[in-house]
Write a protein that binds this ligand. Structure first.
Ligand SMILES: [Zn+2]
Length: 403
């Protein structure tokens, strides 16, 4: 059974930047979505819609799984995202929502199709649930979507109307593209991300008919350029061997990423290999990928130390980054995660120490310096920088010597 995308669906599809993300290789590859439903046919429809947004995600349904076994099933299949439509006979699933939350798995729930206010006793009110409603093809409240305080986001009618479809297309499947890019995200990270990446369809801010609005992926080019590094994060490969090529291959083929996750990799022979562009967001340290440069040394430093050649390459690279970007902070992956990375035997004492260059004006020059800054003859920056010939001519001119 294949569904055709509605015309309006195509339009929203483009507004949400989904075609660009597909073209850039983000298709939900490596991401597992578990859809919790009793009705297998209905679930199949939801999957068809989900596959339009995330064609390479893996979809799981609950067929044959008893209600009380749902969390065991979650622990068994380890989904990245869970979604739920159709609330028939499903009252009181708070324990399930809470269980997912404790496991760090984002949970999307349809706002349901009565067209009424969401009833206060419904799962939609749970703090562990992101509730997705639907908008009409004109971009305003759809009369089949429930609404109210508990509504978080809305989606567009991609094939057929209904919030069962939107909880998948604008919730779970859209988030699958995001997780392919950034790695697993916590429920709170997902919630904040979409709050900040919404197309506002109602009043500015929260609206009872459209929630925070319709989640929209940023321009994929922006995603490539987003890294604003303020620190270096060090990793080990936690493998006894491996090359740039083999690790890149693993990241691309196994993890489904578009490139190796790191910005630099140092092999055991000490050779330095460039991974992602420094301006590109990495995939190496959850929560820090858009504000760091990730460097990985090949080896398992939980078992032995990195060798001298590797430490030399690393220090040269750190100094180079420091000179170009002024970054002074260096952390291990373990600073942000439970992992031991870059390993318990990593040679921290041999990592070059960087200090912010303190550009201070010498005492004997202070008076003249301050006067010159006040008069606008120089900009007050870099008192110890050499002067170029062109700057000198500007100084002469500003001093009135050339007229
Ligand atoms: Zn690491």
């Amino acid at each position: 059974m294949a569904f055709q995308m509605a015309k309006s669906g195509q339009r929203y599809f483009e507004i949400m930047n989904i075609p660009q993300w597909h073209e850039a290789g983000y298709t939900g590859k490596g991401i597992k979505i578990f859809e919790v439903e009793y009705d297998t046919d209905h679930c199949q429809q939801v999957f068809e819609a989900g596959k339009i947004v995330a064609p390479d995600a893996e979809f799981y349904n609950r067929e044959g799984i008893r209600r009380e076994d749902l969390l065991d099933y979650v622990d068994h299949i380890k989904p990245n995202i869970v979604a739920m439509a159709q609330d028939f006979n499903m009252a009181n699933y708070e324990w399930f929502a809470k269980g997912l939350h404790e496991r760090g798995i984002p949970f999307f729930k349809s706002a349901d199709n009565d067209g009424d206010l969401i009833k206060p006793n419904e799962l939609a009110y749970s703090p562990y649930v992101m509730t997705i409603g639907a908008i009409s093809s004109h971009g305003n409240k759809a009369n089949y979507s429930e609404y109210g305080e508990a509504l978080d986001f809305v989606g567009f009618p991609i094939i057929i109307s209904g919030t069962s479809i939107t909880q998948m297309t604008s919730g779970a499947a859209l988030t699958a593209l995001l997780m392919q890019r950034y790695g697993q995200m916590t429920p709170y990270q997902v919630y904040c991300y979409w709050q900040n990446h919404c197309k506002d369809l109602g009043e500015l801010g929260f609206d009872i008919y459209t929630g925070y609005g319709m989640p929209v992926l940023p321009d994929v080019k922006e995603v490539y350029e987003m890294n604003k590094p303020n620190k270096i994060i060090l990793h080990h490969s936690a493998t006894d061997g491996g090359t740039f090529e083999s690790i890149k291959k693993y990241h691309v083929e196994h993890n489904g990423w578009d490139d190796i996750g790191y910005h630099y990799l140092i092999q055991q022979d000490g050779s330095l290999h460039k991974g992602r562009n420094e301006k590109t967001v990495g995939a190496h340290c959850l929560g820090q990928n858009d504000s760091s440069i990730g460097i990985c040394l090949v080896g398992n430093f939980d078992k032995y130390e990195p060798n001298d050649k590797q430490m030399k390459s690393l220090n040269d690279l750190i100094i180079d980054i420091n000179m170009r970007l002024g970054i002074t902070e260096i952390q291990g992956h373990n600073h942000y995660s439970e992992k031991t990375c870059p390993g318990i035997y990593f040679r921290w004492k041999d990592v070059v120490k960087l200090e912010q260059k303190k550009e201070q004006v010498s005492d004997w020059a202070k008076e003249a310096w301050n006067k010159a800054v006040k008069k606008g003859i120089n900009d007050g920056q870099g008192p110890k920088n050499p002067v170029t010939e062109e700057q000198m001519m500007v100084f002469f001119d500003r001093l009135g010597l050339l007229d």
